[in-house]
Structures are given as C-alpha cells and as structure tokens.
Design a protein around this ligand. Structure first.
Ligand SMILES: Nc1ncnc2c1ncn2[C@@H]1O[C@H](COP(=O)(O)OP(=O)(O)O)[C@@H](O)[C@H]1O
Ligand SMILES: N[C@@H](CC(=O)OP(=O)(O)O)C(=O)O
Length: 257
C-alpha cells in the first residue's frame, strides 16, 4: 500500500456539522497530497451534548450508582463513538469521499477485559488493509475495541488517542495527527493560561511526562504506543488548516507536510 496517515478528531472537533466539515477538509487535503487516510473519531461534543460520553454515562448513573456491570456499561459507552462514526461517514459521502466505516472491533483492535480502561493487546490490521484496497478513507470509531472472546471494551477516558496511535503503529502510518480544539501541546493548559505557548517539538518521553502530569490533550497510553513503534505524531488544531501544531518524535526532525 502507498502512503497512509491516521487523523484523529476529538469530541469538540466532531460536535456539529461545521466542525465536521473542517475535519473533512483536513482529510481532503491529505487525499490531495496522495495519502490514504484512517480517520478516528470520538463521541460528538462534551457534557450536555446528547451523544457525548458523559451524557451516555449520566443516562444510567444520574439516579445513583449504575446497575450495569462493567461489561454492560462498555456496551453503552461505545455507542457514542459509533454514532459519531456513522454521522461522519454520511457527511464524508455527501462530499463525494470514497469512504468506509468501522467499529473499533471491526478495525481489529483487541484488548484485555479491563472494562472502562482496557489495554490494547494487539491490532489485526487485515480488515482496514482490505477496505483501503477500494476505499480512500476508513473512519474508525475511537475509544473502543473487543476482547479476544468478542466483548466490547472501552479504552479509558480520552482513549481515542490510543485508538489512533495503535492503528498508526499497526498500519505503519507515516504519522498520526491528533486534531483538537487548541493549537497544539502548550507549555500550560491554554484554557487556564491565556499566555500559553505552543511547543513545536517534543520527544516521546517529554510528551509522556506531560500527559502523566495531567495535560489531557494526549492520553499517556497513546504516547507509549507511538514511542514503542516510533510513529511520529502531531497535535494540531482542527480549526487551522496549515498550522502544524506540536510534533512528537524520537528526536527533533522537521516534517514539511
Ligand atoms: N499543556 C496543554 N496543552 C494543550 N492543551 C492542554 C494542555 N493541558 C490541558 N489541555 C487541555 O486539553 C484539551 C484538549 O484535550 P481534550 O479535551 O481531550 O480534546 P479532544 O476532545 O480533542 O480529545 C484542551 O482544550 C486543553 O484545555
Ligand atoms: N469519548 C471518549 C473518548 C475520547 O477520547 O474522547 P476525546 O477525544 O473527545 O477526548 C471520552 O470522552 O473520554
């Protein structure tokens, strides 16, 4: 297969039609640059949006502790990303993009059975490889996988980042782009510090330390997976087309696309 990249879009980046159109502009640009694209999407919006992960959780926990067991709860939580994937699939087709959609399980993401916080054990890249023989883009529902015996799991809050780097590693992607609502990884949380600055380059170790210290912009497990496979990844704004944000790599090296 030719060049491939993974592009992940977080909840705010897929929350409404306009945001999804901006996301699809990034996909279109990658296609124009000659890449096949694996697009990973999170559930639509944040607390208060009807299909956001927190809203799904509140459906079964607003009147006291949930009566669902952990396995049953993951069946509910995974639906947010399934809705998001289907809505994005429809919108991408409306734009004429040749695209297929997959659940995390269909995309071959196999995890342990630590429900709500499952670890990726392996990724069977067969189905995506097959799909990309005819499609230009595969949209994968983030944040989820399945156990060896077929039960749906979720990867921990913020876990769509992990879906993205795990798929990037399994597909030998040129790089993984994590698109979000800020301009990149910054020296401080930009929502709390108006003078926060984008850090243009970080090593995997530096990024992992920041993630472990609470910079929720990237999930720590996502960094570990990228580091192990040496897949470069970038954290970028969905709202800026040409801005490359922050690049995370083994050692400083400039990417020009
Ligand atoms: N050091 C940091 N750099 C960038 N963003 C940060 C940092 N620390 C915390 N954040 C927060 O991370 C948020 C992005 O992560 P998240 O809400 O999980 O986005 P997404 O829905 O795109 O996955 C930003 O809106 C920002 O407030
Ligand atoms: N929807 C899940 C998974 C995720 O990664 O979301 P986001 O990319 O919006 O942080 C969550 O809210 O935890």
């Amino acid at each position: 297969m030719g060049k491939l990249i993974v592009q992940k879009f977080g909840g705010t980046s897929v929350q409404d039609h306009t945001s999804r159109d901006l996301a699809l502009d990034h996909v279109q640009k990658a296609l124009n640059d000659g890449y096949k694209v694996v697009m990973v999407v999170s559930a639509m919006g944040r607390k208060g949006s009807p299909y956001a992960t927190d809203s799904l959780l509140s459906l079964v926990s607003s009147n006291g502790a949930t009566k669902l067991n952990p396995q049953e709860l993951d069946q509910l939580l995974a639906t947010g990303e399934l809705i998001s994937m289907s809505v994005m699939l429809n919108q991408a087709r409306q734009r004429g993009i040749n695209v297929q959609g997959m659940t995390g399980a269909q995309a071959g993401i196999i995890t342990n059975d630590d429900y709500q916080n499952a670890r990726v054990l392996k990724v069977d890249n067969n189905a995506i490889q097959q799909a990309l023989l005819t499609a230009d883009v595969v949209i994968v529902a983030g944040f989820q996988g399945k156990t060896m015996d077929g039960h749906i799991t979720t990867l921990g809050r913020g876990g769509s980042d992990t879906s993205a780097t795990a798929l990037g590693a399994a597909l030998n992607a040129q790089y993984v782009d994590i698109f979000t609502d800020v301009n990149g990884v910054m020296d401080k949380d930009p929502k709390e510090n108006s003078n926060a600055q984008v850090i243009p380059f970080l090593t995997y170790d530096e990024m992992e330390t920041m993630a472990q210290n609470g910079a929720k912009v990237v999930h720590p497990r996502a960094v570990k997976i990228a580091m192990k496979a040496q897949v470069p990844f970038r954290v970028r704004s969905t709202y800026r087309t040409s801005d490359l944000g922050c690049t995370i790599i083994g050692s400083p090296k400039v990417y020009n696309n």
